[in-house]
Design a protein around this ligand. Sequence first.
Ligand code: TRP
Length: 325
Amino acid sequence: MKKRLFSGIQPSGEVHIGNYLGAIKNWVGMIDQYDCIFCIVDYHAITIEYDPKEMQNRIIKAAAVNIAAGLDPDKCTLFVQSHVPEHTELAWILNSVTPVGHLERMTQFKDKAKQHRDNINTGLFTYPVLQAADILVYKGEAVPVGEDQVQHIELAREIARKFNQRYGETFPDPQEILSNAPRIMGLDGKTKMSKSRDNYISLVESPESIWKKLSTAVTDENRKRRTDPGNPDICNLFALHKFYSGSEQIERINRACRIAEIGCIECKKTLSENIVSDLAPMREKYEQLIKDKNFIIDILHKGAKKCKSMAETTMSEVKKRMGLV
Ligand code: TRP
C-alpha cells in the first residue's frame, strides 16, 4: 500500500517558475511513489481580502496550470477544498483540542496580522487548524511543503496526537517533506520570487514577455560595463541557467562571463531561449486546457467525489469515537 500524500495549493491566479522549481516539480516526481491528493485551498484563501468575482477564475487557472505542469489527474487526485465540507467539519472538531496558545505562536499568523491590520479575522487565526483538518481527514502521512509551512505541519502533528490521546488512536503523524531545491530569487535579484513583488516569470508567460522581463533583470551589479568581468557566483540569472541551460552552455557562460568574453545581453538571450523552450509544452497544454473550462470543472468534481467518500469514512470514525453518533 502506498502512503498517502496531501498538499494544498493556493488559488493565486499566477504560478511562477519559482513555485514550479521549488514545489510542483517535486510533487510531480512523487506521484508514482505516493497516493497523492492535491487540494486547491479556497477556504484558506478567503481569510485575506479578495474579490469574489475573481475567485472562480483563480481556482480554474490554478487547476489548469498545475495539471499542465504535470499533476496528471489520471495519476493523482485534484479537487477544491470547499467542495468537500468535511474539511471544515473536522476543523471545528480539531479546534476543540487545539490550545489557543499554540495558534498565537504561529509566525505566519503574526506576519499576516501585520500585513492585514484592518482584517485580522478569526479565520486567519485558526487557519492552521483547517490545514491540519485538510491532511487528517484523509489520514495523510506525507506533506510536501515549503520551509514556511513547517510550523503548521508540526502543529498538525500535535493536534493529531492530542485528538488520539483524548479519543483513541485515530490519526497518523503527518510528516513534512521538504524539497531540496534552492530558493529561487526574483528578477530583481534581491528577494524571493513572488507574485506580489512582480519579480517573476510565470509558468505560462509568452516568449516575448519572458525576453522583456529578462532583458531588464538584475545581474551581477558590480559589472557596470560590457568590458568589466562578471561574477556568475553572485549573478541571479546564472542561478536560473543552472535549471534551464545545458551543461556545456553553463560551463561556457561561467568561464566567459568572468573574462568579459560575453556580456549580459548575450547571456540573457541564451537563458531566454532555454526558458521559452522548456516552458513551451506546459504553456501549450495550459492554453488547451483553459479553453475548455467545463473539462477542468469535470476533473475537479471527480476529484471531490473521490475525496468526499474518503472524508466521510474518517468523519464517521471520528464522530463515533467522540460519542457524536
Ligand atoms: N498553507 C499552505 C500554504 O500557504 C497551503 C495549505 C493548505 C496546505 N492546506 C494544506 C499545505 C495542507 C499542506 C497541507 O502554502
